[in-house]
Design a binder for this molecule. Structure first.
Ligand code: CDP
Length: 236
């Protein structure tokens, strides 16, 4: 069957990753969590003193970008590829609220974006990829056959992220999570380089009142339609 490129963009904590992971497994596609890559760069910056409480040494990070190697390795037990920073599995460490507090600032740096976008384009060069993020349909794969833009109310998203963090044992309070979600929405949507905007040809899915299952069904149906369409096009 013809393989397509599926770009899923949207605001933070809209369930993009969960749906994208499942979709990739269902279709036999590769899943790439582009946000995990920005998070891994942020973790590196925190570990190497380029980020401290209220100070971000942007130039220091830029001059060390060559020392950052990000890769993904499929974990058969979990059923998806986990992210590695310089060969260390950082899948859990990049999901803390601490990393979330700085990641959007790091993601405004053009030098960081340039490097990660090239890597993301390379991951998708053979199609058959589901990638989620903020600029996948607009910058990384502007020619993606299917573009989905996910959204939901900030309160619903914060509640989902709060539950997720508590479940893994992180001591966080709901107000901090909500504040982080809103701050990141603002930085991501207003930055100069590759802001979060809906691509003209994207399909909007507001999942405020959808379960993950319903959300998945919607996205799967859209994907199957596009795959069939692309298959027909190729045969003619
Ligand atoms: O999972 P969550 O929705 O919280 O965010 P994420 O996908 O892990 O992305 C974390 C942050 O990385 C976002 O808030 C953006 O600042 C940045 N990001 C980006 O700028 N471009 C992307 N393609 C993906 C993420």
């Amino acid at each position: 069957m013809t393989k397509i490129t599926i770009a899923i963009d949207g605001f933070s904590s809209t369930g993009k990753s969960t749906v994208a992971k499942r979709l990739a497994a269902e279709l036999g596609y590769v899943y790439v969590d582009s946000g995990a890559m920005y998070r891994a760069v942020t973790l590196y910056a925190m570990q190497h003193g380029f980020i401290e409480t209220d100070c971000f040494d942007k130039e220091g990070l830029i001059s060390n970008l060559d020392h950052i190697k990000i890769s993904f390795k499929f974990n058969p037990e979990k059923g998806f590829a986990e992210v590695y920073l310089n060969d260390e599995n950082v899948e859990k460490n990049i999901r803390t609220l601490e990393v979330s507090k700085f990641v959007s600032q790091v993601a405004t740096v053009s030098e960081v974006r340039e490097q990660l976008v090239l890597q993301q384009q390379n991951f998708g060069k053979d199609k058959g990829v589901v990638m989620d993020g903020r600029d996948i349909g607009t910058v990384v794969f502007p020619d993606a056959e299917l573009k989905i833009f996910m959204t939901a109310s900030a309160e619903k998203r914060a509640k989902r992220r709060y539950d997720e963090l508590r479940e893994r044992g992180d001591e966080v309070c709901y107000e901090d999570v909500l504040h982080n979600v809103q701050t990141r929405d603002h930085i991501d949507s207003t930055r100069e380089d590759s802001p979060l905007v809906m691509a003209d040809d994207a399909i909007k899915v507001d999942n405020s009142n959808m379960s993950l299952e319903e959300q998945f069904e919607v996205v799967l149906e859209l994907s199957e339609e596009k795959i069939k369409l692309q298959h027909k096009k190729k045969r003619h």
